[in-house]
Design a protein around this ligand. Structure first.
Ligand SMILES: Cc1cc2nc3c(=O)[nH]c(=O)nc-3n(C[C@H](O)[C@H](O)[C@H](O)COP(=O)(O)OP(=O)(O)OC[C@H]3O[C@@H](n4cnc5c(N)ncnc54)[C@H](O)[C@@H]3O)c2cc1C
Length: 388
């Protein structure tokens, strides 16, 4: 077993870290604080720059404009972006990942040719619509329907909390196609383009964190799409969504690790600078122990994320559970670490001028998005009860 990164991975880490520091970080605070219109411009500009650097291509095949890197190389880059701007990370991830990956895995050649190059270049923004107002954790119970009429599908229903909802040019959406069918075998995935009659997005939701990444409802009201927009095999949409979420969970684990790393770096800096009782606060054992736990938890999270990625690259069947383990560990670590980071900063940590205030707000999504911590535990428990 070799824990070292290759020369190529180290070179990417170094150059992408500089790129993120110079091009993305300077606008991250403004993106978080902006109104929707200004935020949208900054986010689109960030996405374009990331595409030009080659970040969005890391996740897709060369014939569509990507570079198809292994998941550990992807993770090395993802951590750098997550550290400087979680909102940009989430939006570009929802576009090339949650939307692009199911197209890459299950799409026809025509669908891949039509959409993947534009998602990778960020000319198009993508979204993924599974959650509904009454079906979040219980995603198998969605009620959006798609009915076949001649050579068209007619979609009706509402999706909730959709990342990039207000700005998406295309959305991969799950809908029930067999109302009497067995749960999990009665849903299909569809590609819906912006501008399609009967398809609209709600107002951007006013969120606690990730304020630079727009989220909204998506509404389908007798929305008519051509039959060729069915993604993959009819009635396999739920299975496709779960396979996509394996990647999504590793991605969510990575953004929470990036947030934790930023918290740790800010806390170490502050613990050396801030003096109370005549000495730097880092010299108080209770501060030092928090820094020690931050280092321990971030290292553990990274090892689990790399392991989940490695298993996925090797088509190992245990990858799904390892993705849940990595996501659960990294996200709960991040919620704790961001809280410690605010604590170490004292009253200043509660003020927007200090970065840890935003990191604390952003961290919490990790326990909720891509399946809550409770659902990760349900999945891990189911797996161990079967295996051991
Ligand atoms: C900012 C943001 C972005 C998002 N982006 C997307 C997106 O792009 N696409 C998309 O499809 N969805 C997206 N989501 C939705 C997200 O995946 C859901 O919010 C999440 O799966 C939880 O669903 P819910 O909010 O309906 O909570 P619920 O399912 O109602 O859960 C409420 C509480 O009950 C607990 N609970 C539920 N069932 C169980 C159980 N069986 N055992 C124990 N506890 C349980 C949960 O863990 C939670 O604590 C996003 C959400 C947010 C907040």
């Amino acid at each position: 077993m070799d824990y070292s990164l290759s020369e190529e991975q180290l070179a990417l880490q170094d150059s992408f870290r500089k790129f993120c520091e110079n091009e993305i970080k300077p606008n991250a605070e403004l993106l978080d604080q902006s109104d929707y219109e200004t935020g949208f411009k900054i986010l689109r500009e960030n996405m374009k720059k990331l595409a030009e650097f080659g970040y969005s291509g890391l996740f897709h095949e060369e014939k569509y404009g990507g570079t198809a890197r292994d998941m550990i190389t992807q993770s090395v880059a993802q951590e750098e972006l997550a550290k400087v701007c979680a909102s940009t990370y989430l939006s570009i991830g929802a576009s090339v990942g949650l939307c692009g990956i199911p197209i890459a895995l299950f799409g026809t050649d025509e669908q891949k040719d039509k959409y993947l190059p534009k998602l990778i270049s960020t000319e198009m923004v993508g979204a993924f619509g599974l959650t509904e107002p009454n079906a979040g954790s219980d995603a198998i119970s969605i009620s959006t329907t798609a009915e076949k009429k001649g050579d068209k599908w007619i979609l009706n229903g509402t999706k909730m909390f959709i990342t990039n909802g207000p700005i998406a040019d295309i959305v991969v959406v799950m809908a029930k196609t067999d109302k009497d069918g067995q749960k999990g075998r009665n849903v299909s995935s569809f590609i819906v383009e912006k501008g399609t009659k009967g398809f609209s997005a709600g107002k951007p939701l006013d969120k606690m964190g990730y304020r630079g990444s727009p989220t909204s409802e998506l509404i389908f009201d007798d929305c008519e799409i051509p039959s060729e927009n069915l993604l993959g095999v009819e009635n396999e949409g739920f299975i496709q969504a779960m396979q996509t979420l394996e990647y999504g969970r590793i991605g969510m684990a990575m953004v929470t690790l990036g947030i934790s790393m930023a918290c740790m770096e800010e806390s170490i800096k502050y613990a050396k600078e801030r003096h109370q009782f005549g000495k730097p606060i880092g010299r108080f054992q209770m501060t030092g122990f928090k820094l020690a736990d931050m280092k321990t938890l971030t290292d553990v999270s990274r090892l689990l994320i790399y392991k989940a990625g490695w298993l996925k690259d090797n088509n190992d069947p245990s990858a799904a559970t390892m993705a849940s383990i990595a996501k659960l560990t990294a996200s709960e670590a991040s919620t704790q670490i961001s809280s410690w980071a605010v604590q170490i900063h004292g009253g200043y940590g509660y003020i927007k001028e200090y970065l840890v205030e935003r990191l604390y707000r952003d961290a919490k999504l990790g326990d909720i998005g891509e399946g809550t911590s409770e659902i990760q535990r349900v999945l891990i428990a189911r797996d161990v009860l079967q295996k051991y």
